[in-house]
Design a protein around this ligand. Structure first.
Ligand code: GLN
Length: 294
């Protein structure tokens, strides 16, 4: 009996389930798609096709990589986000579906506003792979002028590549949060923004070791470590964002699902924001905080 594609798929699913992957079926499908350079429909339609055994070795190599803990996105080098293609690398977080909530919320809030001449000035802090900045630039088009910053030059290289891949117009800046952006003597920004977005590192340092191996061993600590209570970046963002936002400007941040209380307290405590709102993700978990500069 020849081996069928289905047998290879089942083998992969069992193997990935064995290592405790949270998504064994999706992992197997994604690797088959990648291996055959085809889309999911092809894999589904050809499940009963014989699988040429001479090709097994190549696929088993990919399976071994995944079984060793490497995320599928680091094997394929790609991940879709907001329906757009993104390159991935170990230098930045893999784009996550949760983060689409942040992008969708920003788009729906901006849809209600009339853009100023030249478009909303939008800043994405800790841009990483660039998925937030690039998808907002791409999906909002001329309504926005997007700047994105990161401390990691390696992440910026990937983000630039992703902007080029999507034909998105994003200005990239290297530096630590607001540090690269000039201020007046009064402390106010020279060029304040209409919108500031960020998915900063927000995992408490002590929790890093407990993360799934895919994340713990294969994604950059720098993109995850939010300090002793996971809140370091929010404290710094709420300290400086008032100076960098125009009156009425929007701040939208991804948060950890247990951080809504602490982050809304920072927003309220700063005295500079109104309309502080928590948005939940598809799993019903708190995922995004938005606030409007008074
Ligand atoms: N959501 C990511 C995770 O759970 C963390 C992202 C972040 O720190 N910004 O792995």
């Amino acid at each position: 009996m020849p081996m069928l594609l289905r047998d290879v798929y089942d083998m992969a699913v069992n193997c990935f389930r064995g290592i405790g992957s949270p998504s064994p079926e999706a992992d197997a499908e994604t690797l088959l798609e990648y291996y055959f350079e085809c889309d999911r429909t092809y894999v589904t339609l050809h499940m009963r096709d014989p699988f040429d055994e001479s090709r097994c070795e190549g696929f088993f190599r990919l399976m071994d990589l995944r079984a060793g803990g490497t995320p599928v996105q680091h094997i394929t080098g790609r991940q879709e986000f907001m329906g757009l293609p993104f390159r991935t690398s170990p230098e930045a977080l893999i784009p996550r579906q949760d983060t689409e909530i942040l992008v969708e919320r920003v788009i729906s809030l901006l849809d209600k506003k009339k853009p100023p001449f030249g478009g909303f000035e939008l800043l994405d802090l800790c841009t990483g792979s660039g998925c937030i900045a690039v998808s907002l630039a791409k999906l909002l088009g001329k309504k926005v002028r997007v700047t994105a910053s990161d401390l990691s030059e390696d992440a910026l290289r990937l983000a630039r590549e992703n902007a080029a891949l999507n034909g998105a117009d994003v200005k990239f800046v290297s530096g630590d949060l607001f540090e690269p952006f000039p201020r007046k003597r009064s402390g106010e920004a020279r060029k304040p923004f209409d919108v500031i977005v960020s998915n900063p590192p927000y995992i408490a340092t002590g929790v890093l070791e407990t993360l799934r191996p895919e994340v713990r061993d294969h994604e950059p600590r720098m993109a995850l470590d939010g300090g002793p209570d996971g809140l370091d970046f929010y404290v710094r963002i709420f300290r400086d964002a008032p100076a960098f936002l125009k009156p009425g400007g929007l701040l939208a941040l991804e948060i950890g699902c247990d951080q809504a209380g602490a982050v809304t307290a920072l927003a309220d405590g700063s005295g500079a924001f109104d309309g502080v709102t928590v948005v939940r993700d598809l799993a019903g978990l708190d995922r995004v905080v938005t606030a409007v500069r008074k």
